[in-house]
Structure formats: C-alpha cells, structure tokens
Design a binder for this molecule. Structure first.
Ligand SMILES: [Zn+2]
Length: 186
C-alpha cells in the first residue's frame, strides 16, 4: 500500500540552531531530514485496565483506544481551518501503522512534504518564520489551494468513503492498516 498523505499544523519552536516544527499539543520535535516516530506518553500513565498498550504489548503506536500517533487530516481544507497566526500548516507523508478516522489519521511515522503559504495569514505573522523553516527543512512552500495536488504525487489519501448505510456510525470507529512507505527524497 502507498504511504498516506495528510495535512496538519505545527507550532514553531525557536531553538538556538534555528526554527523547528513542533506538535502544537504535546512535546514532539520534528527534526530536519528525519522522519518522526510516534511515541505514546500515556503508555504507563493510564490505569492498567484502561490502557490499550497493556493489552497489546509490543505493538507500536498508534493504538486504537489510545490517543497516540502522529496526527494529520485527510484534507487540506481542515488544515487551513486549523491555522492561526502562530501556527504553520503543511502536508505530510505517513507510513507504518496507520489508524484511520473519519476526519484524519494517526500514524507511526511521518515526515513533512511541503509547507503551506496562506495569503490571508502571511502578512506580518508567519511569513518570515515560514521562509526560514523552508530553508532548514528543505521543503517547498506551496499555496494552500495547490498543496493537495502537490501532496497527491507522493502517496494516497486514506479518506474513508462515505457509506450510505444505517449503521454508518459504527464505521466511525477506526480501522488500522499497515502502510509501507518510503523515505522518498532522502
Ligand atoms: Zn498510546
């Protein structure tokens, strides 16, 4: 199966060595030139009976029933809606264990494919960090209206088909696939 393409936002962490992409909600630094591997912070903190990792020892994140994994939306529009003046958006390629949800997925591995230039937000907000981030990560900066087409060159969308069925809510759970990805451009 092809690697998954997704869209997400990042916080910008200013380090001594330059700006870094970071997850907005938890500590996870995306290192330039390397894929990020999901880790689970809840692994040992949650009560034993409720902790899915204790029922599936040795299985890499993301697990169903847990919150771990690298998050991305299936569609660029959701990423654009999540943008604020303090965040940057972009496209990612994801592989390994993938937990598919209606709105997006959680993945075991991911790396950024492109950053998103958005005219509405760029004046005086993220425009300068965006250019520096693009240099540090060697990523193209692509207009929000084209980033979906760009990302589709690298992988496949795992957006679930909408099924006209009475028990559709049952399908809003998750399905897990293993996606064999590649480290495309080094
Ligand atoms: Zn977990």
């Amino acid at each position: 199966m092809s690697p998954a393409i997704g869209f997400r936002v990042w916080r910008i962490d200013e380090m001594l060595t330059g700006p870094r992409l970071a997850s907005p909600h938890r500590y996870a630094a995306w290192l330039p030139g390397l894929p990020l591997k999901a880790e689970c912070n809840d692994e040992w903190g949650a009560p034993a009976l409720a902790n899915p990792h204790r029922k599936q020892p040795g299985v890499a994140p993301p697990l169903e029933g847990c919150t771990c994994g690298i998050y991305a939306y299936h569609e660029a529009d959701n990423m654009v809606e999540a943008l604020t003046s303090r965040l940057v958006g972009g496209a990612v390629l994801a592989w390994g264990r993938i937990t598919i949800h209606q709105e997006g997925f959680r993945a075991e591995f991911a790396r950024p494919l492109a950053l998103c230039y958005q005219q509405m937000l760029s004046a005086g907000s993220t425009a300068i960090p965006l250019a520096r981030l693009a240099g540090v990560y060697r990523l193209p900066v692509i207009d929000a209206s084209h980033i979906g087409v760009f990302a589709a060159e690298f992988g496949e969308s795992y957006l679930p088909a909408v099924e006209p069925s009475d028990d559709w809510t049952a399908r809003l759970g998750t399905s897990v696939r293993r996606v064999f990805g590649s480290w495309l451009r080094g």
